[in-house]
Design a protein around this ligand. Structure first.
Ligand code: G4P
Length: 524
């Protein structure tokens, strides 16, 4: 097999999605520890709380503990090269979080066993399932009392609409938690005092009782037997094709804080999860093993240090090999660009690299020439992977410069920051006022900060009560939309009409009244 194809096959590029506090940071850390990418527990956690910030990150980044290095982490395990992309939550939740999911080949969804599917999990899941990518579920915190496994499977099916197939099954929970039974390997993994004690091969689910007789309470054994039998007879059979289409999620149980279940999860995950997939482009399907280098930019992180306004653009490599100093062409402009000193990201550092392969994410220096969704190709005769969708913001505000004298700076800043994808910018249909839309509150804070720091504009901000945006497929704005007082019609930066609603209820009401008007949740 050619080296390029071999390297691509080793890559697994994924994101961990979860609601805050389900255990994403903890699981990430345990995975990095397994891969030897960090030496001590606490390194990722420290970054989350901001203790890791080094001097050249912008003030706001420091305050919030966000860093370029935590956006992508690469490590090796069992001859696999693993790229984990961070999907910030809490107040850092932003459109970047969604866009990052456009650059991965699969996702790991963590649920807190006690809480099940939570709101942020739902939002992130939707973006992944719309793309049809494989979703692996890790149900965490089994050391505490949580919901029953069967209840959790039902929730996956009812709330998220995805069928599930447990790869391992918990033996008790909370105080009665004894470990998990690996249904695929017929192996019991014993849990004890916060560590994986040992494992035991058994002949099949029937032999589980005997092996556990002295360890688990009778009622735990009875329940386990019944449920394993139920799964054998009525559960979803494992079907790799459905997993790869994102229609069936393999489920794992564990306790990330004690690393219990994490090594076996990783082993199964690496064999099941797909390597970099082919991508559709303007000239047809591009295979990772194609010789011509290509990739697209899914995130731009501004350093925001006014002294040197450098930005890092995150490029997902889709085909070919990156080689140091290579020449590429930016499809949008047709102009050549030498990729000097791209960086790759490790657990706690970034390093200049000489080569990178499909599935890898490289950070390239951006002197202000890139836009989200840009394609770079290693030959003059370029193509593109299409635009990345815009997602419905949940926060809106009207903005204008505090003094009219700054109108020009204001326009320039707005235009540049919208192109960079920092925030969505709209104009009201009637009076051409500027409306900003953001997925998370931090996006606004960053935007205000950057308008001041980089464009020298103080803003007047008037928050709006809208919470949902829907794109109209037609350029024409229906009069029904303009007549209503409870929504607002705006145009996005590509002049496409968008209706803003105060809540989901308002949206549903509008749709019931106007079934012929087609509305989209994302826009291309
Ligand atoms: P997040 O990134 O998804 O927001 O979650 P994070 O890993 O920070 O975990 C949230 C909390 O849940 C942390 O507790 C963490 O220790 C705890 N946790 C993670 N995995 C498990 C688990 O398997 N079992 C139990 N019982 N707890 C778990 P914290 O009190 O917020 O922080 P800390 O005091 O532990 O640092």
């Amino acid at each position: 097999m050619a080296q390029l194809e071999q390297e691509a096959k080793k890559r697994r590029t994924f994101a961990i999605i979860s609601h805050p506090d389900a255990g994403k940071t903890t699981l990430t850390e345990k995975l990095l520890l397994l891969g030897g990418a960090i030496r001590s527990a606490g390194a990722v956690k420290a970054r989350k709380t901001g203790k890791f910030a080094t001097s050249d990150w912008m003030e706001l980044e420091k305050q919030r503990g966000i860093s370029v290095t935590s956006s992508v982490m690469q490590f090796e395990y069992d001859d696999f090269k693993i790229n984990i992309l961070d999907t910030p939550g809490h107040q850092d939740f932003s459109e970047d979080t969604y866009r990052t999911l456009m650059a991965v080949d699969s996702v790991v969804m963590i649920l807190d066993a006690a809480k099940g599917v939570e709101p942020q999990t739902k939002k992130l899941f939707k973006v992944c399932s719309d793309r049809g990518i494989p979703i692996f579920t890790f149900i965490n915190k089994l050391d505490r009392v949580g919901k029953e496994p069967l209840e959790l499977f039902e929730e996956l099916e009812d709330v998220l609409g995805i069928a599930s197939c447990p790869v391992n099954y918990p033996i008790g929970m909370g105080p009665t938690f004894r470990g998990v039974f690996d249904r695929f390997n017929n192996e019991i993994e014993f849990y004890g005092e916060g560590k994986k004690l040992s494992s035991l091969k058994v002949d099949g689910p029937e032999a589980v009782r005997e092996a556990l007789q002295s360890q688990a309470d009778e009622d735990v054994l009875v329940q386990l037997e019944e449920e394993l039998l139920l799964l054998e007879e009525a559960g979803n059979p494992f079907d790799m094709e459905k997993v790869l289409e994102g229609k069936l999620t393999p489920v794992f149980f564990g306790s990330a804080v004690s690393s219990f279940g994490v090594p076996t999860f990783l082993k199964h995950y690496l064999t099941m999860a797909p390597p970099p997939a082919p991508r559709e482009s303007s000239i047809g399907t591009i295979e990772p093993k194609d010789d011509v280098f290509s990739g697209f930019i899914f995130k731009i992180q501004a350093n925001m240090n006014p002294a040197h306004r450098d930005r890092i653009a995150f490029l997902r490599i889709c085909s070919g090999k990156y080689e140091k100093g290579m020449e590429t062409w930016l499809d949008r402009t047709g102009k050549p660009i030498k990729l000097a000193q791209p960086q790759q990201f490790f657990a706690d550092s970034r390093e200049n690299i000489d080569e990178a392969y499909p599935g890898d994410i490289v950070g390239i220096y951006d002197p202000g020439i890139y836009q989200i969704g840009d394609t770079l190709v290693g030959k003059k005769d370029t193509f593109n992977f299409g635009k990345l969708p815009q997602f419905s913001p949940e926060h809106f505000a009207k903005v204008r410069p505090k003094t009219a004298l700054k109108a020009k700076h204001f326009q320039k800043g707005m235009q540049q920051l919208a192109q960079e994808g920092a925030v969505q910018v709209y104009k009201t249909e009637r009076f051409e006022e500027t409306v900003l839309g953001a997925v998370g509150q931090l996006q606004f804070d960053v935007f205000i900060y950057r308008m001041e720091a980089e464009y020298n504009v103080d803003l007047d901000i008037q928050p709006l009560t809208y919470r949902v945006a829907r794109w109209l497929n037609d350029d024409e704005i229906p009069t029904e939309a303009l007549r209503s007082t409870s929504n607002m019609v705006v145009r996005d930066h590509r002049n496409r009409p968008v209706i803003l609603f105060e809540n989901e209820f308002g949206l549903q009401w509008f749709q019931q009244k106007n079934p012929d008007i087609h509305l989209s949740e994302t826009s291309l």
